[in-house]
Ligand binder design. Structure first.
Ligand code: BTN
Length: 260
């Protein structure tokens, strides 16, 4: 294992005024940081980290697998206030990862809807956003971020449907996971404040500037339908505007695959 994750080290790189980092929890091993957060965390801004997950979850019912000590496996917990936008924060998470990789390692990556991060056309990070409701009110929002940091090609599971990469593979630099974790948290925190201050259009702007999907031919897959069309843009609330057969539709869930 590389340099272990260390809460004091992460905190050293953070600012005290941040919403994120109100509380840190670090596990050697846990089923899933998202699941732990769902069951146990009630403090706004809590960050749950693990060196290893035994039942890591991905989007659309998939697994998220990472060897111990090689990735960043993190869940951020927010207790929403009025005006909170789940889809925009979802987009913001991918942007935050991409921004941190660029500012710390000058590494180029792109975001793909809603919140995947790709480098050299391979997936490097994914985000699983989960919500909890009290009655009809959103009471907890969990953003689970999985980033491949130190994995070598042989560390990815054979059954992975698509190629994956890691920060180490892309940069060949020495990567400090504590610094990188702090970088992601700082960037994400600034997005939360953009949303809170009524500047959500800036999140959309930042996402657009970091994606390679706009204007491209994509396939949309949901459990109800499949269609091919052009990814025109993002709508105000973060939905994909998909144009197919001369009609535009707004997509809010499911999968968008780039057709090269
Ligand atoms: C995806 O691309 O499918 C999303 C992957 C999200 C993985 C992270 S790892 C930390 C957090 N805990 C989980 O169980 N999942 C998320």
């Amino acid at each position: 294992m590389s340099e272990p994750l260390d809460i004091q080290e992460i905190k050293r790189h953070l600012d005290e005024t941040m919403t994120l980092g109100a509380q840190f929890l670090l596990f050697e091993s846990v089923n899933s940081t998202n699941e732990y957060a769902k069951q146990n965390v009630e403090v706004n801004g809590t960050v749950v980290l693990a060196e290893k997950q035994t039942a890591g979850r991905g989007r659309l019912g998939r697994d998220w697998v990472a060897p111990a000590g090689k990735g960043i496996l993190m869940s951020v917990v927010l207790l929403p206030e009025p005006g909170f936008s789940v889809p925009l924060l979802n987009l913001a998470a991918g942007v935050a990862v991409s921004e941190a990789l660029q500012s710390l390692y000058s590494m180029r990556s792109v975001v793909r809807w809603p919140n995947d991060v790709f480098a050299s056309r391979k997936k490097i990070a994914g985000v699983l956003a989960e919500t909890q409701f009290r009655g009809s009110d959103l009471s907890k929002f969990i953003l689970g971020i999985g980033l491949n940091v130190l994995q070598k090609p042989g560390d990815f599971p054979d059954e992975l449907r698509k190629p994956a990469t890691s920060v180490k593979q892309e940069t060949s630099l020495t990567i400090d996971r504590n610094l990188l974790t702090a970088g992601i948290l700082k960037s994400l925190d600034s997005k939360i404040h953009l949303l809170e201050s009524g500047n959500s259009h800036l999140i959309l702007q930042e996402w657009r500037a970091r994606t390679d999907q706009i204007g491209r031919l994509v396939k949309y897959i949901s459990n109800k339908e499949e269609k091919v069309g052009i990814f025109k843009d993002l709508a105000k609330h973060g939905a994909v505007i998909l144009e197919s057969d001369g009609h535009q539709a707004e997509i809010t869930s499911g999968e968008i695959i780039l057709l090269e």
